[in-house]
Design a protein around this ligand. Structure first.
Ligand SMILES: [Zn+2]
Length: 253
């Protein structure tokens, strides 16, 4: 057997494989996104079981095998993922889907790993606000990928944006105001307050964002804009984000 290597990773996705195994898709710090075979993971007394759950952050020992990396050891680090908390798990699912869609296998990106691992830790913290942390992480993922939305000049005419209501058009990657903002298929409303929040995200002012008292409509507007922006750039629907949107009324009636 070839020699193993150590890395740290967060489980993004998993599926059943063969009789009692699982295949995990893990974002790792130094090896990028890796598909890992966890032998016997579906047995009642599986070894390493605590390190194999979705969104768990673990120190891993991995062994390159034929066609797939095999898990030798998984030791959880940081806060355990609160799997029974529906809202946190729905938000974490969106984070995992975003990371999965952003990263290709075989392209290590330690900066993206750090971002995902930190966001996951903040979402797991019972004192944290998982929806805010997801929005902050989504914005930072767009920034790291070089596709920030344009928040200072009208995407229609180029004029400087004012502190007033408008809309966000994903196809243009920015905000429309004034006479540019009328009926546009696919556009999301973007109030003056939502624009102010997005600009806080652009300068990564996390302390101010965490102190914000959000109204539910403001949150939903910011979340919808970020989702539309990311889906446009990643060119795929974010299934987990749709699930979160459907869950919202049950948490925030
Ligand atoms: Zn304009």
């Amino acid at each position: 057997m070839s020699e193993g290597f150590s890395d740290e990773g967060v489980v993004l996705r998993r599926r059943a494989f063969a009789e009692a195994d699982r295949i995990l898709v893990v974002i790792t710090r130094d090896h990028g996104k890796v598909s890992v075979l966890a032998r016997g993971a579906r047995r009642a007394r599986a070894r390493n079981a605590a390190g194999l759950d979705l969104l768990t952050r673990s120190e891993l020992v991995l062994i390159p095998g034929r066609g797939m990396v095999v898990l030798a050891q998984a030791r959880p680090v940081g806060l355990p993922w609160p799997g029974s908390d529906l809202l946190r798990t729905a938000c974490g699912g969106v984070l995992a889907e975003l990371a999965d869609a952003t990263l290709e296998e075989g392209h290590p990106d330690p900066q993206l790993y750090q971002l995902v691992a930190e966001a996951r830790d903040r979402m797991a913290d019972p004192a944290g606000d998982p929806r805010l942390e997801l929005a902050v992480a989504a914005f930072r993922i767009a920034a790291a990928g070089g596709y920030l939305p344009e928040l200072h000049h009208c995407a229609g005419c180029g004029k400087e944006l004012g502190d007033r209501d408008g809309g966000f058009l994903p196809a243009l990657g920015g905000i429309l105001q004034g006479s540019c903002w009328g009926f546009q298929p696919g556009a999301q409303p973007c109030s003056a307050a939502a624009l102010r929040v997005l600009r806080r995200m652009e300068i990564d002012d996390q302390p101010t964002l965490r102190r914000l008292r959000w109204s539910e409509p403001l949150r939903e507007q910011v979340e919808s804009i970020l989702l539309a922006h990311l889906e446009h750039h990643l060119d795929r629907p974010m299934k987990a984000a749709r699930v979160l949107a459907e869950l919202r009324p049950s948490f925030f009636p």
